[in-house]
Design a binder for this molecule. Structure first.
Ligand code: NDP
Length: 294
């Protein structure tokens, strides 16, 4: 058996097209132009790539994109002042402060300063709490993408056994909540879990969000399982360059799984597309409009 590849590129492109349609509609019907502000502090090369891609895709969807670049030695007070200004700006409906922040800045204080209504990264405690309580919330983009990818394979996740490996605020924890909302039965695994292979073997849905190259082996998987690989790990090649691998041993998993996301070309593609969804949803909510059809 060879697993079906879940093509994040195609699914993300479809989602971006649906967002663009809805953006055009709210512009036409309500004169509303959703706006996303991205704040980049310092010059981490990976973060710069992400921010550029967010800017391009935001504009391509017909939304306004505002970029704010601050030096790595910006003071906490100046960063908080920018967040406060963006909170007040009526053209801005989504605020994303690119993480990780340089050392010396208090990430928690910055995230907490973002207006929860504009918190398109879904990291503000109000949104995390609302999500955990089963209420309507802006949810983190990567977990949202994981759910959309899973639903490209399974129309309903009801009653399925899912395992989420990793419990970060950015990925693992919100993903667990979103899976519960889909009525899946969820196991949360982490670095202290015992017999991880045994836990994974029971799962119909496997989400690996660990940050360890190819940690999940093919023989851990239940035959036919759907595998969503969130991990992005850079490993050195013979020519001195690096290549990306996920948290799942892809070639091994292909022979056992029913469906699997590749790295790259899987979850990573969905994250920015879901950021556009969140910005559109935030703009509609702030303007008092019904939830858009994406
Ligand atoms: P974190 O480092 O914040 O969390 C990693 C989690 O993995 C922790 O909960 C940790 O457990 C757990 N873990 C570590 N080692 C093991 C182990 N041996 N067995 C089981 N669990 C383990 O990472 P993130 O959640 O931020 O990111 C996870 C991965 O996803 C990374 O590779 C990251 O690059 C990638 N990522 C990809 C995105 C995308 O768009 N595709 C977006 C965001 C992240 P404990 O809590 O006990 O320490």
């Amino acid at each position: 058996m060879t697993a079906k590849t879940i093509d994040g590129k195609v699914i993300a492109a479809e989602l971006r097209a649906r967002v663009a349609d809805e953006v055009a509609r709210v512009k036409r019907e309500h004169n509303l132009v959703p706006g996303l502000a991205v704040v980049l502090v310092g010059s981490d090369p990976a973060s710069e790539v992400y921010v550029r891609s967010k800017h391009t895709q935001t504009q391509a969807a017909g939304m306004a994109s505002f970029e704010h670049k601050l030096p790595a030695d910006v003071s906490q007070a100046d960063l908080l002042a920018l967040v406060a200004k963006l909170n007040r700006d009526p053209a801005v409906h989504g605020i994303l402060v690119q993480l990780p922040l340089p050392k010396g800045l208090d990430t928690e204080a910055v995230v907490n300063a973002i207006d929860p209504a504009k918190d398109v990264d879904g990291l503000h405690p109000n949104n995390a709490g609302r999500l955990a309580g089963g209420f309507e919330a802006l949810s983190p983009c990567t977990p949202l993408g994981c759910i959309i990818l899973t639903k490209s394979v399974h129309a309903s996740l009801e009653g399925m056994n899912a395992i989420v490996i990793g419990r970060s605020n950015l990925v693992g924890r919100p993903l667990v909540q979103l899976l519960l909302n889909e009525n899946a039965t969820v196991t949360i695994a982490h670095s202290r879990s015992r017999d991880l292979p045994g836990l994974v073997r029971r799962a119909d849905l496997v989400y690996a969000a660990v940050g360890k190259s190819e940690m999940v082996r093919g023989d851990w998987l239940k035959p036919g399982a759907t595998v969503i690989d969130v991990g992005i790990n850079r490993i050195p090649k013979d020519d001195g360059k690096t290549r990306l691998v996920g948290d799942v041993a892809y070639q091994e998993a292909l022979a056992v799984a029913g469906a699997i996301t590749p790295v790259p070309g899987g979850v990573g593609q969905m994250t920015v597309a879901c950021l556009l969804v969140n910005t559109l949803r935030a703009a509609c909510a702030i303007a008092g409009l019904p939830k858009p059809a994406v």
